[in-house]
Write a protein that binds this ligand. Sequence first.
Ligand SMILES: Cc1cc2nc3c(=O)[nH]c(=O)nc-3n(C[C@H](O)[C@H](O)[C@H](O)COP(=O)(O)OP(=O)(O)OC[C@H]3O[C@@H](n4cnc5c(N)ncnc54)[C@H](O)[C@@H]3O)c2cc1C
Length: 534
Amino acid sequence: MPSNPSVDFDAIVIGAGFAGMAMVHRLNRDGFSVQGFETGADVGGTWYWNRYPGARCDVPSLQYSYQFSEELQQEWEWSEHYAPQPEILRYANHVAERFDLRRFFRFNTAVTLAEFDEANGHWKITAADGSVTRAHYLITAVGCLSAANTPDIPGLNTFAGQLVHTGHWPDEGVAMEGKRVGVIGTGSSAVQAIPIIAEEAEHLTVFQRTATYTVPAHNRPLAPEEAQEVKRDYKGFREFCSSKPGAYGMLPNMQSALEVSDAERQQIYEKAWQAGGIPFSGSFYDITYDLKANDTAQAFFHGKIREIVKNPETARKLLPKHRFGVKRLCVDTNYYETFNRANVALVDLTEEPIERITEAGIRTTAATYELDILVLATGFDALTGPLLRIDIRGAGGTRLRDVWAHGAETYLGVSVAGFPNMFILSGPGSPSVLTNMVVSIEQHVGWVADCLHYLRAQGLQRIEADAAAQQAWGEELVAMVAGSIIATGNSWYTGANIPGKPRRFMVHVDYPGYVKRCAEVAADGYRGFKLAGG
Ligand SMILES: Cc1cc2nc3c(=O)[nH]c(=O)nc-3n(C[C@H](O)[C@H](O)[C@H](O)COP(=O)(O)OP(=O)(O)OC[C@H]3O[C@@H](n4cnc5c(N)ncnc54)[C@H](O)[C@@H]3O)c2cc1C
C-alpha cells in the first residue's frame, strides 16, 4: 500500500534492466510500494534486446554483476571472463526469480506520457495501452543505450530483404547461411557481430563511416580458481574496483607515454594489447589527455592494423583518423583479422557515401551492393534518447523535451529543476557510460532509496533540483573535461551521432569523486535540492 491514499503506489519505476530490477528490489525491501513498467516482454534491458551474434560484456563478468547481495555474488558462476549475452540474460532472469522481482513489473507496457500533477504533488503515468497509474515518485531506469538509432537513409523502407538492428535483434536469430549480408556501422556492437556474421554468411560487406579503435578481448573460460580468489573477499574486490575512475578494477600505468623510449613504449603497448580489453586505455596515464602522447597510441594502432590486415588498401581504410579516446574503445575477437577473409569486403563511406537503399541493397556514389540481409549496427540515441522518447511534463506542464532542447541539464545526473519528485538512474551528468555500469547503477539506486527514506523521516512531500545548483553542476562537468580529448570529439558521448542533437559532453568522468559528492550532498540535508511539504 502507498503511504499516501491519493496515489496507487509510492513509486513508479520505468525499465526492467539492471537499474529497474535493483530499484524495485530495494524499494520493496525498504517498505515502499512500487510499480514497474517495461516495454519488453521480460527483464534484462540491454541484455534482453541486444541478442546479435557476438554480444557480450566488455567489463569482466566478476565485476559486471550486482553486489547488493553477498549470497548472489557468491553463488552465481560465470563461465567466461567476459560473459556472452545469453549468459548475462540468464543471470538477469536468475536475479528476477531469486528476489521475486517480476511481480513488480508490467511487461509489454511502454510508458508514453509522464505528467506531474501539481495540485496533488504526484506523478500521473500513461502507458501505451492507455492505462493511467499515479505515484508519488517517478524513477526512470530507462537506460543510457536503449533507444536504438535508425539512420535516416533514403530508401531504407524499400529494402526487400531482411532489415535488422543490433539493438532489437530477433529472438529467433537471423539465418545468415548462404546469404549476402551488409552491416552499416563499425562501433562496439558491429565490432562484436562482424567476425561471427562473416563466418556464417556467404558474403559480408561492411559499410564503415568511421574506422574504429578496437583491442582484442582475449576472452577465455573463467577458471574456477580465479573466481574463488575474488569470492574469498568479494567485498574487498568491489571496494578496490569502486575506488577507480570508471569503477573498473584496473591499475593504469602512471608513466607518461612521452617519458619512455620508443622501444619501451612499444613494449608497454604490446603488453597491454596482449592482455586485451579496456585496460589498454590505461597503458599510459596521459594518452587521453596529452595530444603528443595520444599520437603514440594512434601510431601503435595503425601499426597493428597494418600488421594484421594483409590487403594494404583495406588496412588503409581501417586506420582510425580520429584521436584515440574520443570514442568508446571497442573490444573484439578477431575484428581486424576478419578483413583477411575472402568473403568480406569493406566499403569506406567517407570515400563513397550511401546514395540510397534500394529494394536490392545499397547504392553508394561508386557502386551497387546487392544484399539479402541488412544489419543496422548504428548504435543509440544515447543518454537522453530513452528519456525524451517519453513525453515527460514537469511542474506547470513544462516538457523535458523543451527544457533540454539545447542540451541535457541535471543536478548530479539524477534530478532536473522543474521536475519534482523525479529521479533519473544513470542520467546525463552522472558517470553512467564511463563506468562499469552495474556498479554506478547500484550507487544511484542506493542514493535514491536513501533520499526517499530521508523525505519520509522528515515528513517532506517534494524534492527537486535547485536551478542554480543545476547550473553549477553543468559548469563543473564542463570544467572537469576542459581540454580533454574525450569531450571534444564526434562521439555519442556528446550527441554527435544523432543529426540535430545538441552537442554537449554528458558524462561525469570521476566515479569515486562523484560518489563522495553525492554522499556529501545527502549528509548536508540534500544540498542543492529544494525540499518542501510536511
Ligand atoms: C551491446 C551492449 C553492451 C554493453 N556492454 C556493457 C559492458 O560491458 N559494461 C558496462 O558497464 N555496460 C555495458 N553496456 C551498457 C548497458 O546498457 C548497462 O551496463 C546496463 O545494462 C544498463 O542497465 P539499465 O537498467 O540502466 O538500462 P537498460 O538495460 O537499457 O534497460 C532499460 C529498460 O528500460 C526499458 N524502457 C525504456 N523506455 C521505456 C518506456 N518508455 N517504457 C517502458 N520501458 C522502457 C527498455 O525497454 C529497457 O529494457 C552495454 C550496452 C550495450 C547496448
